[in-house]
Design a protein around this ligand. Structure first.
Ligand code: ZN
Length: 472
């Protein structure tokens, strides 16, 4: 069965068919770099990273574009009354986002355009809209250009709203608007705004509206029609509705599929600035290993609300610990046997079916944990061939999900590197002990064992050699 995705525009799940077979173009709305990243940003980035990895694993070449909105009302508002330039704030925050994405193993986009680097492309779309009768420059001297909502019969098609039911656009003052639902494509420069935040245009100096930025950046890198447009559920209206309307009214086919990820609730409450319950990326990274955080953020289905509660990260740590425990045990038991192998197998069929069903990660994790249980049972019964097969499957599944604890992306983290260094030292001590025993030097052998014991490391002597484990 091919991959099926739930398209939030048609509200149906159907086979995913790429415009160009074997090559998938994805555009995901990136952050407005106005303030530090929070859990919602990480979750959104992560679910599209899962989609991208699954598409690639399934044999596709993926062009993945995630933008940086570096000029926006909110960026300007957040430097008001400070000494910081708006562009300095935007870049400082962009670096925080990049660091947080990197920490949880989100692959860098193929292209990561900043809005300020695509202003000519925005002008080109606006000019097309004006010439086609779907946009107008305001009659006053504001320099504003608006999308003419009433001129586009399909306006509202993404969120299934009729124009009469639609909320007024609040993205700009009413100043030259013909209809309160018309939204700004270009915002004329206002007194009091920094000169550096204005660009020349055929309609006067100003800056882009938010929505036109994404229409320009997506089609610049992916073409007038592309496969998948993603973003958080909170972006469906007005942002995505407006992107779709202006791009289609300008004559572009735009996205074939629309994907929207669910938001994050904190202890049962919607996360919001006004409630003061935002959970920031820095707090999360300070309280859990990055791999645990990735496991947690990616464990729920992408369309569901991710619940963050006290203890959520501990639960993820325990679940991941079961996987790590099996990998560790299996590798040590199989080492030196004819079943030892570095090879990663294919993912099990049930895992593939789950992922192809609108990226059913919870079901896929169920298959993963079942394989871990079966793998431990195989080791218990000395079925080394069976254990080796399950080890390969577990490595394949965790790799696809980006949570393979043995992958270099995690072992290069500080704790991973420490673990590797410690394991090497312990293995060396075990070798010394074995040499001592073979030479009947039991005093030395027992001293090594006692020293390791004092450091919290237990040694088990078995028919295949000595193995170690950390106490409790
Ligand atoms: Zn966007």
């Amino acid at each position: 069965m091919p991959l099926q995705l739930f398209d939030s525009k048609t509200r149906t799940q159907s086979d995913f068919v790429a415009l160009v077979p074997g090559h998938v173009g994805i555009y995901v709305c990136g952050p407005t770099v106005q303030s530090a990243p929070h859990i919602g940003h990480l979750r959104s980035a992560l679910v599209y990273d899962q989609l991208r990895r699954w598409l690639a694993y399934s044999g596709n070449r993926v062009t993945f574009v995630r933008n940086v909105t570096d000029i926006d009302d909110k960026v300007l508002a957040n430097v008001k009354g400070t000494q910081e330039e708006w562009w300095a704030l935007a870049y400082r925050v962009e670096l925080e986002f990049t660091a947080a994405y990197n920490a949880i193993g989100v692959l860098p986009p193929t292209y990561e355009p900043r809005a300020t680097a695509s202003i000519p492309e925005m002008h080109e779309i606006i000019a097309r809209l004006i010439s086609r009768g779907h946009a107008y420059a305001a009659d006053d001297d504001s320099g504003d250009v608006y999308f003419d909502a009433r001129s586009w019969a399909d306006y509202g098609e993404l969120t299934h709203q009729s124009l009469d039911d639609m909320a007024p656009a609040t993205d700009s003052d009413l100043r030259g608007k013909r209809d309160e639902r018309d939204f700004a494509l270009w915002k004329g420069h206002k007194a009091g705004e920094p000169d550096s935040a204005a660009w020349d245009s055929p309609w006067g100096r100003g800056r882009p509206g938010w929505h036109i930025e994404c229409s320009a950046m997506s089609t610049k890198y992916l073409g007038p029609q592309f496969d998948i447009h993603g973003g958080g559920l909170d972006l469906r209206f007005p942002h995505h509705e407006n992107e779709l309307a202006q791009s289609r009214a300008a004559g572009d086919g735009f996205a074939t599929y629309w994907l929207h990820n669910g938001l994050v609730s904190v202890n049962g409450q919607k996360m919001s600035k006004s409630l003061g319950n935002s959970v920031f990326a820095s707090e999360l990274l300070a309280s859990a290993r990055p791999l645990v955080l990735r496991y947690y953020l990616g464990a729920a289905h992408y369309r569901s609300t991710l619940e963050f509660h006290d203890g959520a990260l501990a639960e993820a740590e325990a679940a991941l610990g079961r996987i790590e425990g099996f990998l560790d045990r299996a590798e040590r038991r199989l080492e030196g046997t004819r079943f030892a192998s570095e090879a990663i197998a294919d993912v099990p069929e049930e895992f593939r079916v789950a992922m192809d069903d609108d990226l059913g990660v919870p079901q896929a994790l169920g298959v993963l944990h079942e394989s871990v249980r079966a793998g431990n049972a195989a080791l218990d019964s000395e079925d080394l061939g069976g254990a080796a097969d399950l080890l390969g499957a577990v490595l394949a599944m965790t790799s696809v999900l980006g949570i393979n604890p043995l992958s270099s992306e995690w072992s290069t983290t500080r704790s991973g590197a420490t673990d590797v260094a410690m394991a090497k030292l312990i293995e060396k001590l075990l070798e010394d002990r074995q040499t001592a025993r073979e030479g009947r030097d039991f005093v030395t052998a027992d001293r090594v064992r006692d020293e390791l014991k004092a450091a919290g490391i237990t040694i088990e002597d078995g028919p295949t050699g000595s193995h170690w484990s950390l106490d409790g």
